[in-house]
Design a protein around this ligand. Structure first.
Ligand code: ZN
Ligand code: ZN
Length: 548
């Protein structure tokens, strides 16, 4: 593959053709620029992997030509994988003060704080990563300091929008800088690589100010304990909830680690300044129910989150019941519907009232609906549109809308190398893509041996046989079989399989029994047959052979 050419190219390794785990690359003059590095969630289809991320192998192999990583904003699908993948990338990171504060906390947890060089760029600021000339443009979104990125090269100017919306009254931070987008349009934009999340949604995404008004009147009318869950990174929403609580004479407590982390990052960078200190978790019972509002993590039904534990009634400090209310001030990320449903179900079972954005005005999206997309296209007037940040139906709806506006669009997905200039944009090549899973504190390939063994264990269990043999391969003492996840240790079936396994090994031909590897393989095959016959399943099988 020619990677040294003087052309300008775009290559998404994650986040295009799927929602989540964004990792975008631009190439010019043989140099590479990375934009965003995020995680995704395994969801129902991947129970073995809670957190997944794009495999950066392609750019890791070229990291001597990687000039830097720009992070557009502090959402997990844009910044969440930096700490996990940085050892493969080892490049400087460029981002705004708030996102840098969030990132530093993640790097600190991964013991990387002193290795990663973070260059803090003011919102709307410009910087040079030769051969790329870069400029942030402030956009409103559901987290502070979200930035679009103008990428200038001798081959043309690309606008990478990141996640954005047009909110005339975002409450925290300025509205989207439409004048800056118009100025780029006047300068002449070759291509706009743009957010497709809500390309199927007609109209406008709505304003955070409307949510604040609605939360105020809603919470004023409630009695009992009021619990609100939202994304911790949505600082404007956190502020709205606190304002609504204050209006209703309620003090606010934060419950959950990610909220406390985000609060610290927000206060450190000058947000939430006008708000009172929060009530600490161990003082919940000191405050009358009608004077308390609890902001809690777990809006996506995450099984270990504080809200999930409250719903199961096994949270250490917080319990809810009849007369209490939980407000989900968030959207459902696709794939999390079932987990969220289970949490809501458990709450309702305890008599708790549940309110969501489907029955009350408690949330607006941070992504542009079709009217907002139209407006941005009219400001930027790109020659070409490249829809990203969406699944195929979002990308194709976005492409169709661009076409309606007279902008030619190019559809691509992760791994496609799109040449933008010189000449007409076209997909010229492909790069290998893959997914990695976060397993405990290690990152492993989702399609690799470890995770495929995990999938097999999840559904079929694992059987381990142990046997000791003498030098000639004669079985010494009793063989033993254990199968956690298949039967209890005291199950008589375990004894029967152990016996059959012992007999099967004793029946193996003598020459084979003298060689460790051959004997272990044959013993595994024998154990697999015994288990298959008895249980009617094909579990993962392993044998521990001890030669005495
Ligand atoms: Zn995003
Ligand atoms: Zn976002």
């Amino acid at each position: 593959m020619d990677v040294s050419g003087g052309d300008l190219a775009f290559l998404p390794l994650g986040g295009t053709g799927e929602i989540g785990m964004n990792l975008n690359l631009y190439r010019f003059g043989g140099k590479w620029l990375a934009v965003d590095c995020g995680i995704g969630f395994g969801g129902n289809e991947m129970p073995e992997a809670e957190i997944i991320m794009p495999d950066p192998a392609f750019i890791a192999e070229r990291r001597d030509r990687l000039v830097g990583l720009v992070i557009t904003h502090a959402h997990e699908d844009h910044v969440g994988a930096v700490a996990h993948l940085w050892r493969q990338l080892r490049c400087p990171v460029y981002t705004t003060p708030f996102t840098a504060a969030v990132l530093r906390r993640k790097l600190g947890e991964a013991q990387l704080l002193h290795e990663v060089k973070i260059h803090v760029i003011a919102p709307g600021g410009s910087f040079e990563l030769p051969p790329f000339n870069l400029q942030f443009i402030q956009v409103s979104h559901s987290t502070p300091e979200a930035q679009a990125l103008a990428i200038r090269t001798p081959a043309g100017l690309v606008v990478h929008t990141g996640d954005w919306k047009l909110d005339p009254n975002p409450l925290v931070g300025p509205p989207t800088d439409e004048a800056a987008f118009k100025a780029l349009g006047d300068e002449g934009v070759l291509a706009m690589v743009c957010d497709s999340t809500n390309a199927l949604v007609e109209g406008h995404s709505g304003s955070e100010a409307d949510v604040r008004r609605s939360l105020c009147s809603l919470i004023r009318g409630l009695s009992g304990r009021v619990v609100v869950t939202c994304f911790a990174s949505n600082v404007a929403r956190v502020e709205s909830v606190v304002v609504a609580a204050r209006d209703a004479g309620r003090s606010v407590a934060l419950v959950g680690r990610s909220l406390r982390n985000l609060e610290a990052a927000a206060r450190e960078t000058g947000y939430l300044k006008s708000l009172p200190e929060f009530v600490s978790e161990d003082r919940l019972d000191d405050i009358p129910d009608d004077n308390l509002l609890i902001l809690i993590t777990g809006s996506q039904g995450e099984p270990r989150s504080a809200l999930s534990r409250v719903a199961m009634d096994n949270h250490q400090r917080l319990s809810l019941g009849e007369g209490d209310t939980v407000i989900f001030s968030s959207r459902m990320i696709p794939g999390n519907e079932r987990a969220i449903g289970a949490v809501q179900d458990n709450l309702v079972r305890r008599g708790v009232r549940v309110m969501t954005d489907s029955d009350h005005m408690v949330h607006v999206s941070g992504h542009p609906a079709r009217d907002e997309l139209r407006r941005l296209y009219r400001l930027v007037r790109p020659k070409f549109s490249v829809p990203v940040h969406g699944e195929w139906r979002h990308l194709s709806a976005h492409a169709a809308l661009a076409t309606e506006l007279g902008v030619e669009s190019v559809m691509l997905e992760d791994g496609d190398i799109l040449s933008l200039a010189p000449g007409k944009p076209e997909i010229i090549d492909s790069a290998p893509v893959g997914k990695l899973a976060l397993d405990g504190n290690r990152v492993v390939p989702l399609q690799g041996g470890v995770m495929s063994a995990r999938r097999r264990m999840l559904f079929n269990g694992i059987v381990v046989g142990s046997l000791a043999v003498d030098g000639g391969g004669r079985v010494m003492g009793k063989t033993k079989v254990s199968a956690p996840g298949l039967f209890e240790p005291e199950d008589p079936e375990s004894e029967r399989i152990s016996r059959e396994f012992g007999l099967a090994v004793a029946d193996l031909p003598a020459p084979l029994r003298r060689d460790d590897a051959a004997l272990a393989d044959a013993a595994k095959a024998a154990l697999r047959r015994c288990v298959g016959k008895r249980l009617g399943k094909r579990p993962l099988v392993d044998v521990h052979l001890l030669r005495v």
